[in-house]
Design a binder for this molecule. Structure first.
Ligand code: AMP
Length: 456
């Protein structure tokens, strides 16, 4: 398995820290609003990465945090005049429902920041004790000049206006402009936890390292997120953990996905150009069509969203669904799709995915197979090979192909009746039956093996 590594800036062969096992951590959402399609793209990328690792026989523990305490949450709860815990509980439930709908089901464990306050306090105290952190009026900060390797992940040192930041890092008294907040003393009415260095709430970056140390220890294999998180967020995580543990590297492989854009601008809540996952669902699209839209682009490239591009992905999905429905319509013919091509297709799909998650090439392989199988049809003796391939594709991409049901016996009878009408050259009856089936969402292709049905 090869992956582009932001730390080494090249495509590296993956070498697990512990043979046969991968510990993967991905920055989860801040639960103050509904997930938009940009979030959906990033989480689909890492879902498919986890699926690929598992299909490559790597025992993968996929951990995702949930940011359920943060400035944006406090602000939104104030605006809505509700308790911040009520706000986060609602949006967490919505996030889980959206991920389930989208088929992002490979996370092993979700960890809410507020469940790990003890671990966070321990890390902040550790950084104070080692002389990396200092206390001022409004909180505890990390002093960047104490860590000479600062910048080794991102190649950057200075925070700029459009970086993904938290207001929590702002303070006039900081020793250095880029010093970041580890713990903010709470103002009256704000969420608060007790700590030996002062009652308050955690900074953004410390939440992730506390959670990963809790589950994985001070070193692990893979950390992911979209590119906006490289700096300052992931740079700060690396800085904190390597300072604290002295173990280098904190993470061996850093994986970052490209943006989903609208008119080439990042889709985002603050940009006002977003579409939520729920909008797509409510418009009646199949979740698998949205997944295909994301996977048609390489994960590191930007992907511009339009409704037309989603329609095109839905169309591509229909083609795969037609392939899946062939399992109910196998033919008694030696000339049909040969066994070898099933095995070969599976191997090629995995090979593409192991090459830095080359989803566009993998989907091209699937499309070529699908076109060929629809031309030559599938023989009865290959039915199990087709089902096996569909299950493999589902395991890899989560497209729900293998579970598509057969049509009803009544519909099958109508197709037989139409065949007989055609044989008797009763074209009127044949057309009437075709129309009847069409109203039930079923279309027919006449082939040398009789009519092959598909769903609209
Ligand atoms: P947030 O809830 O804002 O913390 O975002 C959750 C995840 O979605 C992070 O990994 C972000 O980098 C990612 N993300 C946000 N907007 C986009 C976008 N337009 N394209 C791709 N990923 C995004």
């Amino acid at each position: 398995m090869k992956l582009y590594n932001t730390l080494t800036k090249q495509v590296d062969e993956l070498t697990p820290l512990e043979q046969g096992k991968i510990k993967l951590f991905v920055c989860g959402p801040t639960v103050y609003d509904l997930a938009q399609l940009g979030n959906g793209r990033t989480y689909t990328t890492f879902d498919v990465l986890a699926r690929t690792l598992r299909l490559s026989q790597l025992d993968t523990f996929y951990l995702q945090n949930i940011t359920d305490i943060d400035d944006k949450i406090i602000k939104r709860a104030e605006e809505k005049n509700i308790d911040w815990k009520e706000l986060t509980a609602q949006y967490l439930e919505d996030y889980m429902a959206d991920m389930q709908w989208l088929g992002n089901t490979s996370v092993s464990e979700y960890a809410r920041a507020t469940d790990y306050i003890d671990d966070i306090v321990k890390q902040v105290q550790g950084l104070i004790d080692k002389g990396y952190a200092y206390t001022i009026d409004d909180g505890v900060y990390f002093e960047i000049t104490k860590f000479p390797d600062y910048g080794k992940l991102s190649g950057r040192h200075d925070v700029q206006e459009d970086d993904a930041q938290s207001r929590i890092d702002q303070s006039d008294q900081k020793r250095g402009w880029n010093d970041f907040c580890l713990w903010k003393f709470s103002k009256p009415g704000e969420p608060v936890w007790q700590a030996p260095f002062g009652a308050g709430r955690p900074g953004w970056h410390i939440e992730d390292t506390a959670i990963t140390e809790h589950f994985f220890g001070p070193q692990y294999d893979m950390h992911g997120g979209a590119i906006d998180l490289i700096f300052p967020h992931h740079e700060a995580e690396l800085t904190q953990m390597e300072s604290l543990s002295g173990k280098v590297p904190f993470v061996t492989t850093w994986v970052h996905g490209g943006f989903l854009t609208v008119n080439n601008k990042r889709m985002g809540k603050s940009m006002g150009n977003f579409v939520t996952i729920r909008d797509v669902k409510n418009r009646g699209y199949d979740a698998a069509a949205l997944r295909l839209l994301f996977l048609q682009a390489h994960y590191r490239s930007p992907l511009d969203f339009t409704w037309e591009s989603l329609d095109a992905a839905a169309n591509r999905l229909s083609g795969y669904n037609e392939l899946a429905d062939l399992r109910w319509q196998t033919v008694a013919d030696e000339q049909a799709q040969g066994m070898d091509s099933f095995r070969q297709t599976k191997a090629e799909l995995l090979r593409c995915m192991q090459d830095d998650l080359d989803t566009p090439s993998a989907l091209a392989v699937l499309s070529a197979f699908s076109d060929q199988a629809k031309d030559s049809l599938v023989s009865q003796e290959d039915e199990s090979s087709l089902v096996d391939l569909l299950e493999f594709v589902d395991d890899l991409f989560g497209l729900q192909l293998a579970k598509r049901p057969d049509i009803s016996n009544h519909q099958k009878q109508l197709i037989t009746d139409r065949e007989q009408a055609r044989e008797a050259k009763d074209w009127q009856m044949s057309d009437e039956i075709r129309d009847q089936l069409k109203k039930q969402g079923i279309g027919l292709n006449d082939t040398g093996h009789g009519a092959i049905w598909f769903r609209f």
